[in-house]
Design a protein around this ligand. Structure first.
Ligand code: GDP
Ligand code: MG
Length: 204
């Protein structure tokens, strides 16, 4: 495949909300309750066929720096999509999602596509979900983003989250640039792809 077709995604949210677990559960089909596995990859890869082209997707995980508010701008740099995660059983973590969105938009621009995952939904009941709904709906309407309840533990709605995020990014790239093969192919995206290639060597 062409080295040119790389899209970078990042995952953000407060520490312990389940970011690494979501990536592991979705890409490796495994879940560790409690104990952290010591060696986690810096990113997870996937491929998608889009309009006759193979697109390489890279989902970067943090190395836990979010717990110290110390995510380097290199982490977001050139990302075209983001998964923002909070813990439904600790709803205060939704506030952190809002802050990360601001940080992310300052770092890479307002164009960034993001989807929100309300994770650990296996731990809460419907009453709690109903109480949280109004705030989530109003935020998502304002930011024009999608929200899914997920569980890294059961795998609930992980396919939906990733599909939605990937499709939204592909559609946006296609519509705003005249297609991945079009003449007006996004300058921003092309720069992103080159930088992502360089970034592969070192993880902040
Ligand atoms: P991160 O710091 O955001 O990457 O969070 P981790 O993926 O390390 O998860 C923190 C803790 O939450 C671990 O003990 C996980 O086993 C647990 N966890 C993550 N996702 C879920 C989930 O969907 N349901 C439940 N019950 N526990 C989860
Ligand atoms: Mg983690």
């Amino acid at each position: 495949m062409s080295e040119d077709n790389i899209l970078k995604f990042v995952i953000l949210g407060e520490g312990r909300v389940g970011k690494t677990s979501i990536l592991q559960s979705h890409f490796k089909k495994k879940f560790n309750q409690g104990e952290k596995s010591t060696i986690n990859p810096a990113f997870y890869q996937d491929k998608v066929n889009y309009k006759g082209k193979v697109i390489d997707l890279k989902f970067w995980d943090t190395a836990g720096q979010e717990q110290f508010n110390a995510i380097s701008t290199m982490y977001y740099q050139n990302a075209v999509g983001a998964l923002l995660v909070y813990d439904t059983s600790i709803f205060e973590t939704f506030e952190k999602v809002k802050q990360w969105v601001i940080t992310l938009q300052e770092a890479v621009g307002k164009d960034i596509i993001f989807v929100i995952a309300g994770n650990k939904m296996d731990l809460i009941d419907k009453n709690i979900m109903d109480q949280q709904k109004a705030e989530i709906d109003s935020y998502c309407a304002k930011e024009k983003c999608k929200h899914f309840y997920t569980s890294a533990k059961t795998g609930f709605q992980l396919d939906e989250v990733f599909q939605t995020l990937i499709n939204s990014v592909l559609n946006k790239v296609n519509s705003s640039t005249g297609g991945t093969t079009g003449k007006r192919r996004g300058k921003k995206l092309e720069i992103s792809e080159q930088k992502v290639k360089k970034e592969k060597k070192g993880f902040c």
